[in-house]
Design a protein around this ligand. Structure first.
Ligand code: ADP
Length: 627
């Protein structure tokens, strides 16, 4: 039996195209060929279970082997094999049926994944790394003859009698000169680890090593012999393929360690399992991220029937959950199409919605089951939850019942609870409830204490997302505004009807103002006399809430560049009821006045961590003189 023929292709030779334009992802040839071998193995298993194949199944593992001398990589399976006719049908024709379209499309795309999958060219990706490819195969069908297919990368192929004696297929790649990097066991091991780690059929990767002792030589030293070390490189039953009911916490934790060997244990996890209206399984883990934004994205791995596809899961996983870890497996995600197509795909949208819902349900369950434990985890999960509330309305709808606010006393409240708590005392004369917050409890301590004296509560808002979360709360909560505790003096933050006037006369007010204006050396400071309790500090320095928010936004790249370019404007609030201010108002000695004013102003700066450098040195000197 010998047959020569021409691969049916109506346009120019496809191989140069495959080699040249699919450059960036050459390594996926191995994924494609091993996947084909796995498919063939699973097919024979199915035929056997259906009674359509009566013979022995034998050991169904797939074997990848490397011969560095002959410069070949061989992928062998004990799958269903092919007859010569099937080779013609599946390899020669089917693979190229899309060739004309392919040639048209390759011009627009450089993504090998996209092209290879879309045009059913899996097998032909072999030609990205090989200039000659050989198939040796024996079909499971009774009386089948072994067949050999041989192609040197031109459109010419050859089918002859094969030499395989066992059912199954060998794909032998004669690696080309440009691809010799793949003739390294480390390289192959790396590729197999990446794409084939969870394939459902055992994959054996055979490499030669020199490690086994073989007696001793004449001098009594141990002799080593070269042995084949066979490694099964994959876990054929990863946990996402199992039923949640069959799994314990240890299993989830062990799998997490398998995926991310050096990570701390995750906080909790969600087992995804749907088969309608789309197919999806997976396990998502909530890692510990604390408050820094120094975490890694792209930690979720996307699989399709246990074949690794990518760790870029954008669009499939909602943006706010990109920090989760774990795996998603779905045959329903169009894996081989371009990004814009993915965004428009209705399955992808449904999956995105499903994941959002599952995560919200899980969080709600944790909250209801054990509030204390939930509060303890809030430092870590708060970031996700707030991000999710800000960015996804559907998530917000559910999360508003379990999202927590925590205050400077380390107490936690739900949104509803907090409203109940502060409403009676923190409602201003316009009926607006004012939530006070601090972004830095140490720096803003003087203001927090002022609030405390009034019986007001102060929330901690020190995570990177809180800027957005604060605006979000204001939008969602009725008649509520949030103010940073140092954005004004306490009576101006929550203005009540009975705010008393300060004790200075009009003349004294003007005088004190002038003295302070003269004493303050910093630009952009506006002096105002306020009415505060006599036991408050004589001077506070504040920055308007609106102004500061705009500047914060500008700094975070929120498109407020106009505000970003403005200088920091502060208010110097003078406590008109403080004895020191009365003293300044009453003294006639101009030098004394200025000295006291400077000292009081610097004390305010000092208490807010704003006094540094030469100004701090000057302050220390002056203080020493004063004592
Ligand atoms: P796809 O896998 O997307 O169908 P391929 O080009 O990778 O496209 O393979 C074409 C066809 O060749 C397969 O559908 C299968 O019928 C056949 N084939 C490829 N590899 C094997 C193998 N190892 N054993 C049996 N059949 C195979």
């Amino acid at each position: 039996m010998q047959e020569k023929g021409t691969i049916s292709i109506h346009t120019e030779n496809i191989f140069p195209i495959i080699k040249k334009f699919l450059y960036s992802d050459h390594e996926i040839f191995l994924r494609e060929l091993v996947s084909n071998a796995v498919d063939a193995s699973q097919k024979i298993k199915r035929l056997s279970s259906l009674g359509q194949y009566q013979g022995e199944l034998g050991n169904l593992q797939v074997e990848v082997s490397l011969d560095e001398e002959k410069k070949t990589i061989t992928i062998s399976d004990r799958g269903l094999g092919m007859t010569a006719d099937e080779i013609k049908k599946y390899i020669n024709q089917i693979a190229f049926s899309g060739a004309t379209e392919f040639v048209e499309k390759f011009k627009e795309s450089k993504d090998a994944n996209e092209l290879i999958g879309k045009f059913g060219l899996g097998f032909y990706s072999a030609f990205m790394v090989a200039d000659k490819v050989e198939i040796q195969t024996l079909s499971y069908q009774e009386g089948a003859e072994p067949a050999r297919w041989n192609c040197d990368g031109s459109t010419e192929f050859e089918i002859t009698e094969g030499s395989r004696t066992e059912r199954g297929t060998d794909i032998i790649l004669h690696v080309n000169q440009d691809s010799e990097e793949f003739l390294s066991k480390y390289k192959l091991q790396e590729i197999l680890d990446k794409y084939c780690r969870f394939l459902p059929v055992p994959i054996k990767f055979g490499t030669k090593t020199e490690s086994e002792e073989d007696g001793v030589d004449e001098e009594g030293k141990p002799k080593y012999k070269s042995v084949e070390v066979d490694n099964i490189i994959n876990n054929t039953n990863p946990i996402w393929t199992k039923a949640p009911a069959d799994l314990k916490d240890e299993d989830y934790l062990a799998f997490y360690k398998e995926l991310y060997p050096f990570s701390e244990d995750p906080l909790f996890w969600i087992h995804l399992n749907v088969d309608y209206p789309f197919n999806l399984t997976g396990v998502l883990y909530f890692p510990k991220v604390k408050n820094d934004f120094d975490f890694q994205k792209n930690k979720i791995k996307l699989f399709s029937r246990q074949v690794f596809i990518t760790d870029e899961v954008k669009d499939i996983v909602p943006e706010f959950l990109m920090l989760l870890h774990g795996v998603i497996d779905s045959p329903d995600i169009p894996l081989n199409v371009s990004r814009s197509f993915l965004q428009a795909d209705s399955n992808v949208k449904k999956i995105n919605t499903y994941i959002t819902k599952k995560v919200a349900d899980k969080l709600s369950e944790l909250f209801k089951k054990d509030r204390k434990a939930f509060e303890e985890k809030w430092q870590d999960i708060g970031l996700f939850v707030k991000y999710g509330m800000v960015s996804e309305e559907k998530f917000n709808e559910k999360a508003k019942d379990f999202a927590l606010l925590n205050n400077t006393k380390n107490e936690y409240f739900t949104l509803d609870e907090y409203k109940e708590k502060v409403k009676p005392i923190q409602t201003d004369k316009n009926d607006t409830v004012v939530y006070l917050y601090t972004t830095d409890a140490a720096k803003q301590d003087a203001f927090i204490q002022s609030a405390d004296k009034k019986g007001y509560d102060v929330l901690l808002m020190n995570s990177p997302i809180d800027n957005h979360f604060i605006s979000h709360l204001e939008q969602k909560l009725e008649k509520t505004s949030l103010k940073r505790v140092d954005s004004d003096v306490i009576d101006k933050l929550i203005v009540k009807d009975d705010n008393p006037a300060h004790a200075l006369t009009e003349e004294q007010t003007t005088k004190v103002k002038t003295v302070f204006e003269g004493a303050i050396s910093k630009p952009n400071m506006k002096v105002e006399i306020e009415s505060l309790s006599p036991d408050e500090l004589p001077v506070h320095v504040t920055m308007d809430e609106f102004m500061r928010r705009m500047k914060d936004m500008a700094q975070m790249g929120g498109g407020m560049s106009f505000y970003g370019s403005l200088p920091d404007n502060y208010k110097v609030a003078i406590n008109g009821n403080h004895p020191l201010i009365t003293r300044i108002a009453q003294t006639e000695d101009a030098e004394e006045q200025s000295k006291l004013a400077k000292q009081a102003f610097d004390l305010a700066l000092l208490s807010q961590g704003m006094l540094t450098g030469a100004e701090l040195t000057e302050f220390v000197k002056r203080s020493v003189q004063l004592i």
